[in-house]
Ligand binder design. Structure first.
Ligand SMILES: Cc1cc2nc3c(=O)[nH]c(=O)nc-3n(C[C@H](O)[C@H](O)[C@H](O)COP(=O)(O)OP(=O)(O)OC[C@H]3O[C@@H](n4cnc5c(N)ncnc54)[C@H](O)[C@@H]3O)c2cc1C
Length: 210
């Protein structure tokens, strides 16, 4: 299925910018561990964050080779024949070695980007992280350097002799959608819930130092 693969940076970045969860795979000794995590893209890096002690981030920070994936499922592809059922998807697999972010400015920029990806503009209304809070957070930079995207679109690929079978075939589109916000009962402000539009979000295109 080589036609589904691409190394185009623009395709890779558009998938990363639309996803909200990545899966980070590392090897701990002889055992693999795969953790779902939030992420943000800033230029040519992904940023991950977590508690100061976190197995996956510790392994990444110590130079373990990692594989990070992001998957968007766009539809269920139903064919007349069982064997031709499939899914429409866009996914990225990245390979590389991460590094802990020590520079406070880069750490704050990454933390802000992670927040902005949840709801654009959120970092302008939420209380900014304090110095101790930032210190208690590990931020890891992972390069978008080696990797590829794989994309499937379109309907089922049934064999010609199956086309006359009395079976529904086609695509059931799937989407991730935000529902109306449920406010906390002790809100100190009478404000509407933010509107969240999932889909490709703005990301800074310029890389952060270093
Ligand atoms: C949508 C989503 C987003 C998330 N975003 C983040 C994020 O941005 N940052 C973040 O740090 N975390 C995030 N998490 C949580 C993350 O997946 C990890 O659970 C968390 O980071 C703890 O990892 P750890 O390295 O401390 O624990 P680990 O030691 O890796 O353990 C992880 C989990 O596996 C279980 N576990 C470990 N070993 C075993 C075993 N041998 N047998 C059975 N169970 C075991 C633990 O009980 C624990 O629940 C997210 C999770 C989800 C679902």
């Amino acid at each position: 299925m080589r036609e589904r693969g691409t190394h185009e940076r623009s395709v890779v970045e558009s998938i990363l910018d639309e996803g909200i969860v990545c899966h980070v795979g590392v090897v701990d000794g002889s055992a693999p561990i795969v953790s779902p995590m939030a992420y943000a893209r800033l230029g040519t890096n992904l940023y991950l964050h977590g508690a100061a002690r976190n197995r996956t981030l510790d392994l990444l920070a110590s130079g373990s080779a990692a594989c990070v994936t992001v998957t968007l499922v766009d539809g269920l592809v139903l064919a007349r024949a069982a064997v031709h059922h499939s899914m429409n998807y866009r996914c990225v697999m990245l390979f590389g070695v991460g590094a802990t972010v020590e520079d406070p400015e880069e750490k704050l920029a990454a933390s802000t980007a992670l927040l902005e990806r949840m709801v654009p503009g959120r970092s302008t209304v939420a209380r900014a992280p304090s110095v101790p809070e930032l210190r208690a957070t590990t931020v890891v930079r992972f390069p978008i350097d080696e990797g590829s995207a794989k994309v499937r679109t379109g309907g089922p690929k049934d064999d010609p002799e199956d086309l006359s079978l009395p079976v529904w075939a086609g695509v059931i589109p799937l989407e991730l959608r935000a529902r109306p916000g449920v406010a906390e009962p002790d809100l100190a402000v009478a404000a509407p819930a933010p509107t969240v539009a999932l889909g490709s979000r703005p990301n800074r295109s310029e890389p952060l130092a270093p």
